[in-house]
Design a protein around this ligand. Structure first.
Ligand SMILES: Nc1ncnc2c1ncn2[C@@H]1O[C@H](COP(=O)(O)OP(=O)(O)O)[C@@H](O)[C@H]1O
Length: 343
């Protein structure tokens, strides 16, 4: 029985929430007109989530905000700053520190330089819990906002032998970087080689998994993959349990293929080659998803707040134990027991 299993000591917990996409406008529909979007109510659902996290018997060690914190339509109505401030004001009531991930809607509202200078840059939370008998690799470095090729990524260890890595799924993207940047031009080439449509968000003519080559998706640069590989080498050697976090899902089994990262296959095979990786957490696909891959990595895609009806909820708290994590989902998010893979 689960409750009698080994490793019943709760180490720590963390909260997760995805795709809030707040805007001070009345409800609308998604592009394919199949789902309602509750732009104003998403703020109320966030408020409830924060209240519940704050009242939990074990305070969450941290919260993962998985990106798309405000909707792109704010840019058209010139309300980007105001909408962001409104959502961040809610987060100031949260007793746990918040790690922010960047999604496509961040780039509809802001460029990378603005994001790096904003509260949505949570890299200052980088670091390891210091323990005398546990090795640490955290070297605190700042990302230079004037570096037009920089990616937004960092890692932290909130508890000995556990590490979380925040990744940048729009490192290669046609969104967010200036037209003179090398990565911007590389991204235009990649996208155009698959997607011949004038509208880069149109999937017309794209078959199977190639449907992911759309302007609102993106991918990981070689530079980022090498950085991640080096962190994971350390984690493997030190028998850590690693959860990798990003806006875009990287396993087609965990999402609609229209939401998968461009070079998901490179990322996936790298993670599978590192015995320390136990879980990948993403947002972007508002319907959510889950897949346990052949190597035993859990791929969790969190249901989006924006498409959650006012009567429901969409957030979770993950309880971390020696041998498993348990996701206690609320509302649309199911409860899941995530046993760690065999080494
Ligand atoms: N099938 C499609 N064809 C053309 N444009 C699309 C299509 N799906 C989405 N878009 C456009 O892509 C952008 C992002 O789509 P949206 O569904 O709002 O993304 P998200 O799920 O991240 O909120 C929007 O500008 C939308 O109009």
């Amino acid at each position: 029985m689960e409750t009698e299993a080994a490793g019943n000591n709760l180490y720590f917990t963390f909260g997760v929430i995805a795709d809030i996409q707040y805007a001070d406008i009345r409800n609308g529909l998604n592009y394919s007109r199949t789902r309602e979007r509750y732009y104003r109510n998403s703020l109320r659902l966030l408020r409830n989530a924060i209240k519940e996290w704050n009242e939990e018997p074990v305070a969450p060690n941290f919260i993962l905000q998985l990106g798309d914190i405000i909707d792109g339509c704010n840019s058209q109505i010139k309300a980007s700053e105001e909408a962001l401030q409104t959502v961040l004001n809610e987060f100031t009531n949260c007793l746990s520190p918040v790690h922010h991930v960047w999604g496509n809607h961040e780039f509809y509202n802001f460029d990378r330089k603005q994001l790096l200078k904003s509260v949505l840059n949570s890299k200052h939370l980088e670091g390891d819990i210091v323990s005398s008998n546990v090795p640490s690799i955290s070297i605190k470095t700042e990302i230079n906002p004037d570096d037009s090729e920089a990616f937004y990524g960092y890692h932290f260890s909130p508890f000995p032998k556990f590490r979380f890595i925040i990744t940048d799924a729009y490192d290669l993207s046609i969104l967010g970087r200036g037209k003179s940047s090398k990565k911007h031009n590389e991204s235009v080439q990649i996208l155009k080689s698959y997607n011949k449509n004038e509208n880069p968000n149109s999937p017309e003519g794209l078959a199977g998994l190639n449907i992911r080559f759309l302007g609102f998706n993106g991918g990981f640069s070689q530079e980022q993959l090498e950085w991640l590989n080096a962190v994971l080498d350390f984690s493997d050697q030190n028998q850590e349990k690693v959860t990798v976090v990003g806006h875009l899902p990287i396993h087609p089994g965990s999402t609609d293929p229209v939401c998968v990262a461009w070079n998901f296959n490179e990322m996936l095979s790298m993670l599978q080659a590192h015995s320390s990786v136990v879980c990948f957490i993403a947002g972007h696909d508002h319907d959510g998803g889950y897949y346990l891959d052949d190597c035993g990595i859990h791929h969790l895609t969190f249901e989006g707040v924006i498409e959650t009806s006012p009567e429901s909820q969409a957030f979770g708290t993950v309880h971390v134990y020696e041998d498993r994590m348990i996701l206690e989902g609320r509302g649309r998010i199911p409860r899941r027991v995530l046993w760690y893979r065999e080494r």
